[in-house]
Structures are given as C-alpha cells and as structure tokens.
Design a protein. Structure first.
Length: 186
C-alpha cells in the first residue's frame, strides 16, 4: 500500500509550455488526478513534491482540489535547497508561493541556497527513500530532467518493494481523446 507518494515530471519548458494555465496543463492535471484517485481510495496519506515548476506544481493543485473529497491527504513541499524560486519570473513566484501557502509541510533537503547539482541528486535520493512510490510524468522516448529521478527509482526498486508509475505521452493522448469524446457527446 502506498501511504507516501512522490510526484515529479518534466519542467514546463521541456513540454513547450510557457504559462501555468496552458490548455495542455489541464490534460496533465487530469492524468495526475486519475492516478491519485485510485491511490487515495487505497489509503494514500501524503504527496511529496520538490516545488519545481510544471508537473509538480500542477500536482499540488490537483491535491488541493482532491482535498474536498479526501480531506486527510496532505501535501509536503520539500525543496532541494532554500530559495529555489529566486531566479523565477514574478508569475512563477506567485504560483509557487500560492502552493506553499496551502501546503501542509514545507522544508528543504539542504538548508542553504543553490550551490551545485549534487543538491538535486540528494533531493532525488531523499524523495525515493521517504516515499512508497513514484508517480512520474516521463516518457523514455523524450529524455529530459525526469530521467535522473526515474533511473534512481529503477535502481532503488531492484532491492525493495517500490512502486513506479509513469504517465507517458501515450497516456496523455488517451486523456485528450477521452476529453474530446466527452465534449462531442458520443
């Protein structure tokens, strides 16, 4: 049973998305929601994100929405380092701050500002060791930043009972088609 789930995936620019409310975000959120609903019915208690732009912040919005029906689910935002949003534009900072304001727990893996890429590796290790499973928007056909977390999770899974669920581009395409069918009333 998955009590604690880490969620991650591509950053928005890796998907060609440059606004948080881009139409594609609705399909990504629908895919996350579909996966979370099953896990919530089975007893999911915590969702962990590092607060990166894109999939993680959309996942946070999905969790907040699902709290209406599953009030016991909690969101933890555990950043790789302090002030990760320092270089972000104002819109992204506001989005991030709105997620932090509604989160149930906030912390940083390293208690200092950005220094080197090792902080991201340490964050990935932390997220895998502190969760029972990973939900990752990642498609092996399109490499990107989630590749490192995925490879680490696969390595971890060899020795332990650890769940890895991928949302692929095919899965997103199925959600797009489902939504189009709903709209055309077939």
């Amino acid at each position: 049973m998955i009590k604690v789930l880490s969620i991650s995936g591509y950053k928005p620019f890796e998907l060609g998305i440059f606004k948080k409310d881009h139409p594609s975000a609705l399909f990504i959120k629908a895919a996350i929601k579909k996966s979370l609903l099953t896990l919530l019915e089975e007893g999911l208690e915590w969702v962990l994100i590092s607060g990166q732009l894109g999939v993680e912040l959309w996942a946070a919005e999905v969790v907040f929405d699902l709290k209406k029906d599953f009030p016991n689910v909690k969101l933890a935002v555990i950043t790789p380092f302090l002030d990760q949003e320092a270089q972000w534009n104002e819109n992204n900072k506001e989005w991030y701050q709105s997620v932090l304001a509604a989160a149930d727990f906030i912390d940083s893996v390293t208690k200092k500002g950005y220094e080197k890429p090792w902080q991201f590796r340490l964050k990935n290790q932390f997220f895998i060791e502190k969760s029972d499973g990973l939900l990752l928007l990642y498609d092996q056909e399109k490499e990107g930043s989630p590749k490192y977390l995925y490879e680490l999770a696969m390595q971890y899974q060899k020795d332990r009972d650890y769940s890895i669920e991928l949302i692929t581009f095919y899965d997103l395409q199925m959600i797009v088609e489902d939504e189009q069918l709903k709209r055309t009333d077939f």
